[in-house]
Design a protein around this ligand. Structure first.
Ligand code: ASP
Length: 423
């Protein structure tokens, strides 16, 4: 197995997991068997990835920023990063609106299917709505408030507080740049070495990746709803997938080529392990260690850039999620026979952009924030039940897009700063 590239091994894991589950589901008790004996290994694999996220961000950002030697470089990188991230998100939401208005998937839902879905999934939908309530009741600047932790130990103890950890690491890095080197050397040396050790741990975890995705895919297939449901929501699913495919195969390659002159096909192959992992875990946060590794080692982006741009991207830049939120909101409105005015659709551009920034990088987070987009546009929230059944498979694809976007932007920023090595 040694010389087989990682992405091929992961791919075999994905296909193997699906086939294995399909086979086992033919037997009575097969589903239970998967849930009891296979699923835990998938969970263990995701936990291992999450386990390494906070130490990785701390070590890599402190090392990356303190290597900069100059704070003005950091602000240039910061402004460009936020600018590019906002730009790609706005394009994604607009593309989603375009696709959903052309295909009009909501029109293809029959009265009968609608009633059925609404009654079958109303309980799940109200749970998601309840999760969104706390988000909705907060002020407009709460997301900035949330970035500044009051206690670093408690911030670092919760994976969803990643932005707070990033904030602290940035602060440390800046202070290191401002002090004379003799004072900071021991601390820097420690973090350089810590960083190397964490990277080694990631290598070790990646040895388990093919088996981890096998288990994840098998349990997903075992838990997945019936094929008829997928058929009923076919046009909706296709609209989301069409939008996502346009981003991956047209928009990012064009941006990459224009800004860096790199061959997009080669780039996609270089980041494929991260994309496949994003697909199998549905979490950009869990994928982050691997995204950083492939963008650094395979694409050739300097650690000074990856350590800053990628963790921030994993938390705030979610193009796939933003596109999905705009398609889903309009789809539900269409299915209820609601006319959305141009003003309401422009409102969706704004709310979906903010909602995607606010979505946590974990499975299903995009749907929780979708509630806010719907509420703003006056779309009945109970309509969430319509899309519940197919949310997980779509989540897998949108997470893949989220990770691709982060990697593309990191490469573009690196090129602009002269931090992209030839590959
Ligand atoms: N699962 C997505 C991510 O982690 C977020 C979402 O759209 O639900 O990137």
């Amino acid at each position: 197995m040694k010389r087989i590239p990682l992405f091929v091994k992961i791919f075999i894991g994905i296909i193997g997991g699906v086939l294995f589950a399909l086979l086992l589901l033919q037997f009575e008790g097969g589903k239970q068997l998967i849930q009891d004996w296979i699923k835990p290994f998938g969970t263990i694999f995701i936990n291992l990835l999450k386990l390494i996220a906070v130490p990785l961000i701390l070590a890599s950002l402190i090392k990356g920023i303190s290597d900069l030697k100059d704070i003005s470089k950091l602000s240039t990188m910061g402004f460009r990063t936020i600018g590019f991230y906002l730009f790609t998100t706005l394009i994604s939401v607009s593309l989603g609106l375009l696709v959903v208005n052309i295909i009009q998937p909501g029109e293809s839902i029959s009265e009968e299917t609608r009633t059925e879905l609404l009654s079958d999934y109303s309980q799940n939908a109200s749970q998601t709505q309840a999760q969104a309530v706390t988000q909705k009741s907060r002020g407009p600047l709460s997301f900035i408030e949330d970035i500044v932790p009051e206690n670093i130990v408690s911030a670092a103890s919760i994976n969803s507080n990643m932005l707070q950890v990033i904030f602290f690491a940035l602060f440390l890095g800046i202070a290191i740049i401002m002090l004379p080197e003799t004072t900071t050397k021991p601390f820097k040396d420690f973090f350089d070495s810590f960083n190397e050790i964490i990277l080694k741990i990631i290598d070790i975890i990646m040895l388990a990746a093919p088996y981890g995705v096998f288990a994840l895919m098998a349990s997903l297939v075992a838990d997945s709803p019936s094929l008829e449901l997928f058929q009923a929501l076919l046009w909706y699913g296709l609209s989301v997938l069409l939008g996502l495919a346009t981003l991956i195969f047209i928009f990012y390659p064009t941006m990459l080529y224009l800004f860096t002159g790199r061959n997009p096909a080669k780039f996609l192959k270089q980041i494929l392990p991260a994309q496949l992992l994003a697909f199998s875990t549905s979490s950009s946060a869990a994928t982050l260690p691997v995204t950083m590794e492939v963008v650094e080692n395979n694409v050739g982006v300097d650690n000074e850039v990856t350590s800053f741009v990628l963790p921030i991207g994993a938390t705030i830049n979610m193009d796939g999620t933003a596109l999905y939120q705009s398609v889903a909101a309009v789809f539900i409105a269409q299915a209820f026979g609601m006319e959305l005015s141009l003003g309401a659709q422009l409102g969706i551009i704004l709310t979906a952009t903010l909602a995607s920034i606010g979505s946590a990088a974990v499975p299903g987070a995009g749907m929780v924030m979708l509630v806010i987009v719907m509420a703003q546009a006056g779309i009945p929230e109970a309509g969430l039940a319509l899309i519940f059944a197919v949310d997980r498979p779509l989540d897998m694809f949108r997470t893949m897009v989220n990770v691709t976007s982060d990697s593309t932007v990191a490469t573009i920023i690196a090129k602009g700063l002269g931090k992209l090595e030839p590959r």
